[in-house]
Design a protein. Structure first.
Lengths: 99, 116
């Protein structure tokens, strides 16, 4: 079981009374605007939840896992997520099954 | 971009909802996501990424002030894995920036030569 966009829209419909169309669009735009900001090279800070940061990675040696052939992994920019203190402590309190 | 800037962009991008409703909607989405993770549920957003919990086993830590050993119990931490579309868009934009930066010196040289 995982939370999906459809369930998030359903939640907006139930809790805030947005109509289904508005709720679906809102969830879609929420993620699209975060993606767009990151694409522009902007960090995204959602207080209470966490920050989406960008890191520039230098080129490094890699390998094709199928053939074992050595190929460089080109320089790139990647997204990392740093959970905020509030989210971290809430998740820490979760006493689920130990893997 | 901060949460309030995100709310501003979302409010400006549509004309059905009042600013206040957009604000509530963003808070509602984030609460929904936090609650899912706090109850051990994953989040999967196609094209954006997935959030899950990673387990950190118990360990012996140290109080940095006193040097005293303290046993820390196992815990979960939130983890985000970017989805393909997000990875590709972020990196594509970066490659374009890199190429534009490489072009700069050449343009400067060209201008210098032409005005010499």
């Amino acid at each position: 079981m995982a939370l999906t966009k459809a369930e998030m829209a359903e939640h907006l419909f139930e809790v805030l009374g947005l109509n289904k169309r508005e709720a679906k669009d809102m969830v879609e735009m929420f993620f699209e605007e975060i993606r767009a900001a990151l694409e522009r090279g902007e960090q995204v800070k959602l207080s209470g939840f966490g920050n989406f940061d960008l890191r520039a990675k230098k080129e490094r040696p890699g390998r094709n896992p199928k053939t074992g052939e050595e190929i460089p992994i080109t320089a790139r920019r990647v997204v990392t997520f740093r959970p905020g203190q509030k989210l971290k402590s809430r998740v820490e309190a979760y006493a689920g099954p130990k893997p | 971009m901060t949460k309030s800037e995100l709310i501003d962009v979302l409010a400006a991008g549509q004309n059905h909802l009042a600013y206040k409703d957009v604000e509530l909607a963003v808070r509602c989405i984030l609460d929904n996501m936090s609650n899912a993770l706090a109850s051990g549920e994953r989040i999967e957003i196609r094209g954006f990424g997935s959030f899950s919990l990673h387990y950190r086993p118990p360990r012996i830590g140290r109080n940095p002030k006193t040097g005293e050993a303290v046993s820390l119990s196992g815990k979960y931490v939130p983890h985000f894995k970017p989805g393909k579309e997000l990875r590709d868009r972020v990196n594509q934009a970066y490659q374009e920036e890199l190429m534009a930066a490489e072009e700069e010196p050449a343009k400067v040289r060209e201008r210098l030569v032409s005005t010499a």
